[in-house]
Each structure stands twice: as C-alpha cells, then as structure tokens.
Design a binder for this molecule. Structure first.
Ligand code: FMN
Length: 183
C-alpha cells in the first residue's frame, strides 16, 4: 500500500498535535510523520510519497512557520516535480488577533506546491469561520483545514472530523484502524 508523508512545522505545538491526530486517524502504519525542524533533510524526503499532507501554522503577518522558510526557498531554486502527487494542507492560526492574515501560510503552500504540479484536495467551505482576510481563501474556500486553538478550540475536533472524511476519499487508508476512535 502507498504510504502518506505528513510534513509539519509548528512553533508551539498546536499544528504538531493535529498532525499526530491526523496520523492516528488515517493509520499509524501508513503515515510517516516529519517535523520540519528535526526530521526534514531535503525535498527528496517528500518526493518519496505520492500522497502528502503538509501542516504549517502562520506567524509574523501571514508568513509560514519558520521551519518551512528554507525548504520553500530551496524548492523555489530546484523547482521539484510534484506532478502526479496528491496533497492536502492543514494549519493553525488566530482569527481574532491575526484576523487580517488568518492561516495565510496555507495559501503560500498551496501556491508553491500546485506550481510544482501537485494536485490539491481537502479545500473546505469558509462556513463557520470568522476572519477579516486570508491568503488561504480561494474561490470561496479555504485551501486546507484551518483551526484556531486560541479562540475556537471547541471547534477543532469537529473541523478535523469533517476534513478527515473529505481527504479519506483521496488518500490511502488503513482499514479498520482508529476509524471511529475520537482523535
Ligand atoms: C507574533 C505572532 C504572529 C502571528 N501571526 C499570525 C498570522 O499572521 N496569522 C494567523 O492566522 N495566526 C497568527 N498567529 C497565531 C499562531 O498561528 C497561533 O498561535 C498558532 O496556534 C501557532 O501554532 P503552532 O504552535 O503550530 O506554531 C501569530 C501568533 C504570534 C504570537
């Protein structure tokens, strides 16, 4: 069975926690987890997989979490080929104090990886979200799973459940493993 590579950058552990839940839900055995800070060497780590999940919180004013900066720069030079690869995105943000740039890092990842040929799945309706502006909003959807543990922690589990069902249709899944277990 094809494996899924989950690559995430997380400064205070919020996106990391969701990355671990996603892995549990899709199947521990078929998901390899990479912390961009500790486990990522170069883009070849990603190109081993046909199915990829990228997690990134937003910092600064709409910028990617710092562990993503160098990898994205290196990719802009190397222009890797992600054609034929299916990707989905997730990341933490703050829709109140940073509502002008809510989860905007996901928009940056979307632009970069689709530019390199990847196919995105797992965009979600903006219904239920409140923010002023987001670079991750495209055509009335957010390009990935957005969650806000600062202001809306009670919504994260439901948002994750809904999103997992959306991406499950496009990603390999370990039958029977933790399918119904609360994350
Ligand atoms: C200095 C600072 C800047 C931030 N900038 C943004 C931002 O531009 N957009 C956003 O949605 N959230 C922003 N946030 C909120 C973080 O994304 C949020 O705290 C998130 O939970 C961090 O997730 P992590 O632990 O996975 O890195 C910012 C937080 C801080 C402290």
């Amino acid at each position: 069975m094809s494996k899924i590579g989950i690559f995430y950058g997380s400064a205070s552990g919020v996106t990391q926690s969701v990355a671990m839940k996603i892995r549990k839900r899709l199947g521990q055995d078929i998901c390899d987890l990479y912390n961009m800070e500790e486990d990522f060497d170069d883009v070849d780590d990603m190109l081993k997989y046909d199915f990829l999940l990228f997690g990134c919180s937003t910092w600064g004013a709409g910028e990617v979490q710092s562990d993503w900066r160098d990898p994205l720069f290196e990719m802009s030079v190397d222009k890797p080929d992600f054609s034929g690869k299916t990707i989905a995105l997730f990341g933490a943000g703050d829709c109140v104090d940073h509502g002008e740039h809510f989860v905007s890092a996901l928009g940056t990842l979307y632009d970069d990886f689709t530019k390199y040929g990847a196919t995105l799945v797992g965009a979600i309706p903006t219904d239920g979200y409140t923010y002023k502006n987001s670079f991750a909003e495209r055509d009335g959807t957010l390009v990935g799973l957005a969650f806000d543990e600062v202001n809306e922690s009670g919504k994260t589990q439901g948002r994750l459940d809904t999103w997992i069902e959306v991406i499950r249709a496009h990603f390999p899944s370990a039958e029977g493993e933790a399918q119904t277990e609360a994350a």
